[in-house]
Design a protein around this ligand. Structure first.
Ligand code: HEC
Ligand code: HEC
Length: 287
C-alpha cells in the first residue's frame, strides 16, 4: 500500500507497524471541526438556558437561566385555547341547534368537538361514526348514518333524542295471539307487506305502526315496509319480536334503550354539538 500512495507530505507519529505501516496524523476537514465546535457551544448554551442537570435523587435540578417550564408553556397554550373557545361556547349557549347548523363557522366548530364527544359517549353503542353495533338480537343500537329514523332525523328531533333519551315500547303478544295468527303476521311483515293481512289492523298493530305499516315517529315504532331491520329479520326472528315485544319488561323481550344525556354527563352546549354532528352524518332531514 505505502508505495502506491505518496504520503510523504503527511506527518507521522514516527511509529511504524509491522515494518511498513506508518501511523499518520491526518487532520479532519475544517468544516467538520467547525461543526463540532459549534455543536459543543450549543450544548453548553442549551444546558445553561433550560432546566437540565439533576443534582440529587430528591428532584433537584438546575432551573436554567431562561425560566422555562413545561407547565408554564402548557398554561400559556391553554389560555390561548380558552380565549378562542370561550367566544364560540358563549354563542352556542344562546342559539338553537337549528341556528347553529345554519351558521357555517359554528357548525364547523361543533363538528370538531362533536366527533370527540361522540367517540366518548355514543360510539360504544352506536359504533364508530354511527355505523351501528350488533348483538344477538340484531342491531343493538340504530345506525345513525342512513335516512331511516325511528324518531325523526330533523335537527330538533335528534336534539330531543339526545336530551331526553328514547325507549320504544311494544307489548308482548304471546298471550294475545294464536300461534297461527303470529305466523301469518310474521310472514306478512317479513315480506314487507304487513297490511296484506287483515290481522295487522284487527290485532291493533296499526295503532303504533300506522294504517300503512310505515311506523310513527312519535312512538319510535319501526317502519315495517322498508326492509330496514332493527332486530332479527328472519320469520322466526320476527315471530320472536311479536311474541315478546320490545322493552316489554320481561326477561325475554327485545331491548332498545337510548339513555338521556341532559342533566347528566353532558352540558347543554355539548348536546347541541352532538345533535349537529349526528345530523351531519348525512341522514339528517329538514324540519
Ligand atoms: C347504552 C347504549 C346507547 C348509548 C350510550 C347511546 N345510544 Fe343512542 N340509541 C340507543 C338505542 C338502543 C336507541 C334506539 C332506541 C329505541 O329503539 O327506542 C338509540 C337511539 C338514538 C337515536 C335515534 C335514532 C332514530 O332512528 O331515531 C339517536 C339520534 C341517538 N341514539 C344518538 C345518540 C347519541 C348522540 C349518543 C351519545 C351522546 C347516544 N345515542 C348514546 C343506544 C344508545
Ligand atoms: C304499543 C305500540 C306497538 C304495537 C301495538 C305494536 N308495535 Fe311493533 N313495534 C313498536 C315499536 C316502538 C317498535 C320499535 C322498537 C325499536 O326499534 O325501538 C316495534 C318494532 C316492531 C318490529 C321490529 C322491527 C325491526 O325493525 O326489527 C316488528 C316486526 C313489529 N314491531 C311488529 C308488530 C306487529 C306485527 C304488531 C301487531 C301484532 C305490533 N308490532 C304491534 C310498537 C308497537
Amino acid at each position: 500500500m505505502s508505495d502506491k500512495h505518496d504520503a510523504s507530505s503527511v506527518p507521522t507519529t514516527g511509529h511504524v507497524w509491522d515494518d511498513d505501516l506508518g501511523d499518520y496524523i491526518n487532520q479532519p476537514p475544517k468544516w467538520w471541526m467547525l461543526g463540532l465546535t459549534v455543536s459543543a457551544i450549543w450544548c453548553v448554551v442549551y444546558w445553561l438556558y433550560y432546566p437540565a442537570f439533576p443534582i440529587s435523587n430528591a428532584g433537584y435540578f438546575t432551573k436554567g437561566l431562561g425560566g422555562w417550564t413545561a407547565i408554564g408553556e402548557m398554561e400559556a397554550d391553554k389560555s390561548v385555547v380558552d380565549e378562542v373557545r370561550g367566544k364560540w361556547e358563549s354563542k352556542l349557549k344562546d342559539l338553537t341547534p337549528a341556528a347553529i347548523l345554519a351558521d357555517e363557522d359554528l357548525a364547523k366548530y361543533s363538528l370538531a368537538s362533536g366527533k370527540v364527544l361522540f367517540g366518548d359517549n355514543c360510539a360504544a353503542c352506536h359504533g364508530t361514526n354511527g355505523v351501528g353495533t350488533h348483538d344477538k338480537q340484531g342491531l343493538f343500537a340504530p345506525i345513525l348514518t342512513d335516512d331511516d329514523w325511528l324518531y325523526g332525523g330533523s335537527i330538533d328531533a335528534i336534539h330531543e333524542t339526545i336530551q331526553g333519551g328514547r325507549q320504544g315500547m311494544m307489548m308482548a303478544h304471546a298471550d294475545m295471539l294464536s300461534e297461527a295468527e303470529i305466523d301469518t303476521l310474521a310472514n306478512a311483515v317479513a315480506a314487507g307487506k304487513p297490511t296484506s293481512t287483515p290481522l295487522f289492523a284487527e290485532k291493533g298493530c296499526t295503532a303504533c305502526h300506522g294504517e300503512d305499516g310505515k311506523g310513527m315517529q312519535a312512538m319510535g315504532s319501526a317502519n315495517l315496509t322498508d326492509s330496514v331491520w332493527r332486530f332479527d329479520s328472519s320469520v322466526e326472528g320476527i315471530k320472536y319480536t311479536i311474541k315478546n315485544g320490545v322493552n316489554a319488561g320481561t326477561p325475554e323481550t327485545r331491548v332498545a334503550v337510548m339513555p338521556a344525556f341532559q342533566g347528566g354527563k353532558l352540558s347543554d352546549a355539548e348536546i347541541k354539538k352532538l345533535a349537529v354532528y349526528v345530523y351531519k352524518f348525512g341522514g339528517g332531514q329538514a324540519n
